[in-house]
Each structure stands twice: as structure tokens, then as C-alpha cells.
Design a protein around this ligand. Structure first.
Ligand code: NAP
Length: 524
């Protein structure tokens, strides 16, 4: 048994870019030009430390200008998935035996490399998924934070713990990696979430198959490149972009996969959870599933509240990145005493939002991710207009054929309405009137999800009660309900928002490992 002194500096969050500084604006402008000049580059699969070219390709386009090709990646089918599973199993014994501090070193190196490229990574997300500058920068910062935080955490968890002091025996406890992990990520935090799940698995000694979302494979390819540049051994990280509908079930059900780390929709997350429960021929283990899914997040506005703060917080929570955050505030639950004032002030806040092409620093809202999302969100808006009163919507037809949808506020929504219960994943918010705080809490808890929530109130007792009774993974008081920061606001929910310990928190890495304990008879 040995003890490890952390060789790493104490964890600190990366400072976000302050774009009021002209020199930082200049850096981002240059990055946008550079990334655009590299459009249409092809990124192959990466298996067992080697590029793998496939006959089929996935084309990634700009949702603001759907004919603009941001880049192309190889497209894995079952044959390539199988190659990746073989490579990951082959690399596993060596990687598992690699000392935790050595594994952490790769992450620290990758964090430095990513920090050097941070503006280009942000610029790529502006084009590939339509983030505005600040949202893209926040995504990049979160990913770099994950690298450094999980590296530090692995040093802590990699130290075996002595248990008790019984005479004549030594007892200790340590962790070992689970095996080969499949990581399946969404497009909405295409850098941070993809990276966070993958490096959580890697640093704990697992080998990985990474399948990013089909809408955002280029930023995922950039992550894989950075890990290559950091010197990660062959077979530890295998990159297999491919349609979930074609290779998803195959990799999830495969007997030589030991765990699945997934973030995405409730529909796919529940499917993975169910399929992974089967013990297939040749499989002598149960699979661990981490499944982080959707939300239908509510913000309560109390009668004793700063209504200006409430309106601003609700607007940012609902419309940041076009409402395409799992943490987005899609229901505002307002006490009747302040309802009319709140609605008026929220509309006034929404009127200040700028919509357009996000390569312009002054634009707040860009497009939604793709045609399917566009159609689904538009359909929900039509349903919402029948269920309530649309108090804010803008004409965005002048923006061309990109997938632009106006921020939309629908008031007078009943708690059982469709748009008050189903995750829309777009810039649509429902405002619900309630008579008192009892009803507000009941409505707030009345969905299948439990991800984020908020309370705007100046009454201490009300705040304390809401903290106790509004049961969500992340609760925010007198502020927006999005924007969790690694280590300060560990992130994740429960109910149908998912199973798993919070990303960026102190329990996160444990999920990727099996605990073992040893008892040595010292009198033998
Ligand atoms: P999605 O449609 O569920 O896709 C997520 C991933 O699953 C993609 O890589 C997708 O691949 C893959 N997939 C599709 N079918 C599959 C199958 N049969 N087996 C295995 N994988 C399969 O979700 P999304 O639209 O990308 O992301 C939006 C959702 O993610 C929202 O519901 C949001 O709330 C949730 N989310 C949750 C969190 C959280 O921390 N709780 C964070 C972010 C997002 P393809 O792209 O190839 O189909």
C-alpha cells in the first residue's frame, strides 16, 4: 500500500473570456476566420492508435446556413465498432495497470493543449452548433475544467485507504476500473459533455469507444486530436462516429462492453438502460449505466421577489443557447400577486434579445440544431398557442433558410398542459399562474423530471422551504438556473432526468470503478 502526494496544483476553474476586452475579441475574430478556412476538412475514425478510413462519411453542416459544410468525419458501422471493441479490450490491461498519477498527467497535458486552442474550439462551436461567443466559450471552459478536476480527483481516489487498526491484520480499500466503456454524447454541449464523460472513464483506467452525436462530430474529432497530442497510448480512446440508430444497440448490447456513459434524451437513455440490463452470451458481468437525460425545469417567482431579477433570470434561463440546454428553464411558476407585472417584465427582457448569425458578437440567439428540431419545436409552439396566450414571438423569416426560431413566451398555461410537461428543447417557455407557494411547489415537482429548478424570493422562510421541498438535482436561489460550474455546482438530476452521480462533483469518478478491499494476515 502506498500513499500519493498530489503532484498537481490545487484545482481552479478556467476564467471565462471577457469580450469587453478588444484583445480577446480580436483573438476570437481571428479564430473564426481560421476555422472557416478549414471548413470541409475530413476527420477519419481513430481506432487502436490509427486512422481508419470508411467508405461512408458523416457531413456536419452549419445550422445557420444548412448548405455550409463545417467538416466531414468517417462513419462507423458495426464492423468498425467491432474493431474498436477489440482494440479497447486489448489496451485495457496495460491502461488499468498504469498508475493513477500517470493517467492524470495525460489529462493535465490535454487541458493545457485545449487552453492554447480555446478560441478555435469556441469558433468551431459557433459554426457547428450555432452557439454565441459566450456560450461557446463557457462550453470550452467547462471541458478544460473537467480535465483538470478529474485529474486531481483521480489522484485522491487512486490512493488506497487503510481501514481500521485491528491487531495482526492490515485492511485496505482501493478502486479498479470497470473495463471498456462506451461513451455516447449529445450535440448541445458537444465539447464539454463529450469530453467530460470520456475523460472520466479514461482517467479511472477504463478504455473507451467514443460515439458523438451525428450533428456535432467535428468538435468531438478535435477532442480526440488533443488527446492524441497529449500522448494517450493506442487503444485507450477509440473514435467511432456513426448513426446511433445503426451502431447504438450493437455497442450497448455487446458482451465485451462493461459500462455505458450516456447523455441525451429520455427516450434513448431509457432504451440504453433497458438493453444494457441483459446478460448476453459470453458476458460474465453486469453493465453499469450512467444515463443523464432531459429536464422540464421550473423557476418559482414568489410574491416577495425582485421582479426585475426574476424576469432577467427567467429570460436567460429559457433562451440561452436557444433553450437547448438540459438545464433550461422551460416553466416559470408565478404567484398570482405578481403575475401580470412579471409577464410584462419578462416580455420586455425578451424584446432586447438579438437573433441572427452567431459569428457576430452582438447576437445572442442563433439557430436551433437541425430540421427535425425545428419542426418539433414549431409544432410545440402551435400546441402552446392553443393551450395559452402567446405574449412574445418575433418574425425571423428574414434570416433565410437557417433553422431560426424566435424566443417564444406563452402565458396562462395550466400545469397539466402539454407544453408544461414535455421537454421541448428549444426557445419556448410556459408561464403558469399559481395562487400560493404550496401550489407553486406542487406544480414545480409535478413533472417526470428532476434536473434543475429555481426560486426567486426575498423571504428567507420561503426560500428555505423551497430548498427542502422542490426536489431537483440542482436548485438555484435568486439567479438563473443554467450555467453549472465544475466543482462549484456539480451537475445532474434524478427521476427521469437520469441515473448517475453529478458531473464535475466529488462522486463522479467512482461510477467508473469497482471498489475492492484487501485483508492481509500479518501473523502468517
Ligand atoms: P439524443 O437524440 O438522445 O442523442 C444522444 C446520443 O445518443 C447521440 O449520440 C445519438 O446518436 C445517440 N443515439 C441515438 N440512438 C441511439 C441508440 N439506439 N443507441 C445508442 N445511442 C443512440 O439526444 P440529443 O438530441 O443529442 O441531446 C438532447 C437531449 O440531451 C435533451 O433531452 C437534453 O435534455 C439531454 N441532455 C441532458 C443532459 C444532462 O446532463 N442531464 C445534458 C445535455 C443534454 P445520433 O446523433 O447518431 O442519433
Amino acid at each position: 500500500m502506498h500513499s500519493i502526494e498530489s503532484p498537481l496544483p490545487p484545482f481552479q476553474n478556467v476564467t471565462e473570456r471577457d469580450y469587453s476586452k478588444p484583445e480577446l475579441v480580436e483573438l476570437m475574430e481571428k479564430a473564426l476566420v481560421k476555422v472557416k478556412a478549414e471548413f470541409n476538412t475530413f476527420y477519419p475514425l481513430f481506432i487502436d492508435g490509427k486512422d481508419v478510413i470508411t467508405a461512408k462519411e458523416i457531413t456536419s453542416t452549419n445550422p445557420a446556413r444548412p448548405t455550409e459544410v463545417v467538416g466531414r468525419v468517417g462513419c462507423a458501422g458495426k464492423a468498425e465498432a467491432e474493431m474498436a471493441i477489440i482494440a479497447a479490450n486489448k489496451a485495457l490491461p496495460g491502461w488499468r495497470a498504469t498508475a493513477p498519477e500517470k493517467r492524470a498527467e495525460y489529462l493535465m497535458k490535454a487541458a493545457d493543449l485545449a487552453e492554447q486552442d480555446r478560441d478555435e474550439l469556441s469558433a468551431l462551436m459557433v459554426y457547428e452548433v450555432g452557439k454565441n461567443w459566450r456560450e461557446a466559450d463557457i462550453d470550452v471552459c467547462e471541458g478544460i475544467d473537467f480535465l483538470r478536476f478529474y485529474a486531481q480527483e483521480m489522484i485522491r481516489l487512486g490512493t488506497p485507504t487503510r481501514l481500521g487498526h485491528a491487531a495482526g491484520e492490515t485492511n485496505y480499500h482501493f478502486y479498479e476500473s470497470k473495463g471498456v466503456a462506451v461513451i455516447i454524447s449529445p450535440w448541445n454541449f458537444p465539447w464539454a459533455i463529450t469530453l467530460g464523460m470520456a475523460v472520466g472513464a479514461i482517467v479511472t483506467g477504463n478504455t473507451v469507444l467514443l460515439k458523438p452525436a451525428t450533428q456535432s462530430p467535428i468538435i468531438a474529432a478535435k477532442f480526440v486530436e488533443i488527446m492524441q497530442r497529449a500522448g494517450l497510448p493506442a487503444g485507450v480512446l477509440n473514435f467511432i462516429p456513426g448513426p446511433g440508430s445503426e451502431i447504438g444497440d450493437y455497442i450497448v448490447e455487446h458482451p465485451n462492453i462493461h459500462m455505458i456513459g450516456f447523455t441525451g434524451s429520455k427516450e434513448i437513455g431509457c432504451r440504453i438502460y433497458r438493453l444494457a440490463a441483459n446478460v448476453n452470451p459470453g458476458q460474465a458481468h453486469l453493465k453499469k449505466v450512467i444515463s443523464e437525460m432531459g429536464g422540464k425545469n421550473g423557476m418559482i417567482v414568489d410574491k416577495e421577489a425582485d421582479i426585475d431579477l426574476a424576469a432577467q433570470s427567467a429570460t436567460i434561463s429559457a433562451f440561452g443557447f436557444q433553450g437547448q440546454k438540459c438545464s433550461a428553464g422551460s416553466r416559470v411558476i408565478v404567484l398570482e400577486d405578481v403575475y401580470d407585472e412579471f409577464v410584462e417584465k419578462m416580455v420586455a427582457c425578451a424584446e432586447k434579445l438579438t437573433i441572427g448569425f452567431t459569428e457576430d458578437l452582438n447576437i445572442y440567439n442563433g439557430p436551433v440544431i437541425d430540421k427535425n428540431a425545428y419542426k418539433s419545436i414549431k409544432n410545440y409552439i402551435e400546441i402552446g398557442k392553443k393551450e395559452g396566450r402567446c405574449v412574445f414571438e418575433r418574425d425571423v423569416t428574414h434570416l433565410g433558410d437557417g433553422f431560426f426560431i424566435s424566443p417564444t413566451i406563452i402565458a396562462d398555461i395550466k400545469p397539466d398542459a402539454v407544453i408544461a410537461n414535455e421537454e421541448i428543447f428549444g426557445p419556448v417557455v410556459a408561464i403558469i399562474k399559481v395562487k400560493d407557494i404550496d401550489e407553486a411547489i406542487e406544480v414545480a415537482n409535478g413533472t417526470d423530471y428532476a434536473l434543475t429548478g429555481g426560486i426567486i424570493s426575498n423571504n428567507k422562510e420561503t426560500v428555505e422551504r423551497v430548498i427542502r421541498e422542490f426536489r431537483v438535482g440542482n436548485l438555484y436561489v435568486n439567479r438563473k438556473i443554467t450555467g453549472a460550474v465544475v466543482s462549484r455546482q456539480p451537475f445532474g438530476g434524478f427521476k427521469l432526468s437520469g441515473v448517475g452521480s453529478k458531473a464535475g462533483g466529488y462522486d463522479y469518478l467512482n461510477q467508473f470503478m469497482d471498489p475492492r478491499s484487501v485483508c492481509v494476515n500479518e501473523n502468517a
